[in-house]
Design a protein around this ligand. Structure first.
Ligand code: NAD
Ligand code: GLY
Length: 352
């Protein structure tokens, strides 16, 4: 078990990492006023653990899935908190994946202008990324994360215990974000390239700590995404989000990896990324998703990239890998972006 302290200008988050952290740290909230937000899948598996830990707790269960990350469910959570008599000093406990973490975090930031928040991430993706750093949000009108706030959790409990019930596909989604960190951090890259089994629990426990430590350093220096540093955590995400919104067939983490692959193609075509390094990243990507898909109508999906929050003008902002541990931001117009996505997709189709 190891802790990471994430201290920002206004807040302090303690992130407890490792096997046994749930048992050790969750218990102390049992005598506080708590409100647990979770989703239907997690509730079905972990309700008895919640009762054993917190007794007869109050809470709200959203249906599992990204579609639940919407303003209507946000209001339902807030209403349930009010009706349960939650006070301002209550603790919102977000037990679930990134969907639960994002919506519960936003509810905690709004209720009585802000309650305490504890994130207990139960997916690998939420453990390595979304539960840390204070970004909270819901989607609206087909635009991802468009209503949100920065709101740091007081504590984050990252216990690999929860990964035991996680479907294989969700493990791959988490590995998608881990590969993103590998593109940002040479030590993480080396560990990923040198492990025999990306899916082993010991390896995941170790690499999760490294990814969180990387993210915590970035968030300390750019909590509100203002100086360009935090943007790097969105490597692969512009295209990933655009494909996710248009096709919606896969999960966030899978689309991040697919987005990384397409953006790597753009970086290579523009001569921005060293080929030997690009091959290393492709090897990692295909270790998680063996077949990167080509897409029909990709030019329509490309238009969704225009909504990305990183864009500050008409151009599309992409964070692309450059060399080991280094990435850069490029800005390209929609027609050029579409041309590259089409040619990458056609290349992939040709390989089948
Ligand atoms: P998710 O929350 O939808 O969880 C994926 C699936 O796993 C769901 O069906 C869920 O019910 C199930 N599940 C969760 N824990 C489980 C467990 N222990 N055992 C069995 N099943 C379990 O998706 P996710 O991939 O965790 O998160 C994706 C979301 O996170 C997206 O909305 C994305 O925008 C957001 N995100 C936010 C940030 C941030 O910084 N706030 C960063 C990355 C992603
Ligand atoms: N996952 C991107 C961020 O936290 O900034």
């Amino acid at each position: 078990m190891k802790d990471i302290l994430l201290k920002t200008a206004l807040a302090e988050s303690i992130i407890h990492c490792g096997v046994g952290t749930f048992e050790k740290f969750a218990q102390k909230f049992a005598d506080k006023q708590i409100f647990v937000v979770t989703d239907s899948n997690v509730y079905a598996i972990y309700n008895s653990l919640l009762i054993n830990t917190f007794g007869n707790y109050k809470g709200y269960v959203i249906p599992a899935g990204e579609e639940s990350k919407n303003p209507e469910n946000l209001l339902k959570i807030l209403k349930a908190m009010l009706e349960s008599g939650m006070r301002r000093n209550c603790y919102v406990i977000a037990l679930g994946g990134g969907v639960v973490g994002d919506i519960a975090g936003l509810a905690a930031s709004l209720y009585m202008r802000g309650t305490n928040l504890v994130q207990i991430p139960t997916t690998l993706l939420a453990q390595v990324d979304s539960s840390v750093g204070g970004k909270t949000a819901v989607d609206m009108n087909g635009v991802k994360n468009v209503i949100g706030a920065f709101y740091q959790p007081e504590e984050v409990i990252v216990d690999p215990l929860f990964l035991k019930t996680l479907p294989d596909r969700e493990l791959r989604c988490g590995l998608g974000e881990i590969v993103k960190y590998a593109a940002l951090n040479k030590d993480i890259l080396d560990k990923l390239l040198n492990t025999e089994n990306l899916f082993s629990f010991n390896f995941l426990e170790d690499i999760t700590y490294d990814c969180i430590a990387h993210k915590a350093e970035v968030v300390k220096k750019d909590e509100h995404d203002l100086n360009g540093l935090r943007k790097t955590l969105n490597l692969g995400h512009t295209t990933g989000h655009a494909l996710e919104l248009y096709y919606g067939l896969k999960s966030h983490g899978e689309f991040v990896l697919i987005g990384m692959f397409y953006e790597l193609y753009i970086a290579q075509t523009l001569g921005l990324c060293d080929s030997e390094y690009a091959e290393k990243l492709k090897k990692l990507i295909s270790g998680v998703i063996p077949e990167i898909p080509s897409f029909e109508n990709i030019s329509k999906a490309a238009e969704y990239a225009l909504h990305d929050k990183k864009n500050d003008d008409e151009k599309i902002s992409l964070i692309v890998p450059k060399a080991e541990g280094k990435c850069i931001e490029i800005k390209i117009c929609l027609s050029e972006y579409t041309k590259y996505l089409l040619s990458c997709s056609e290349n992939l189709r040709g390989q089948k």
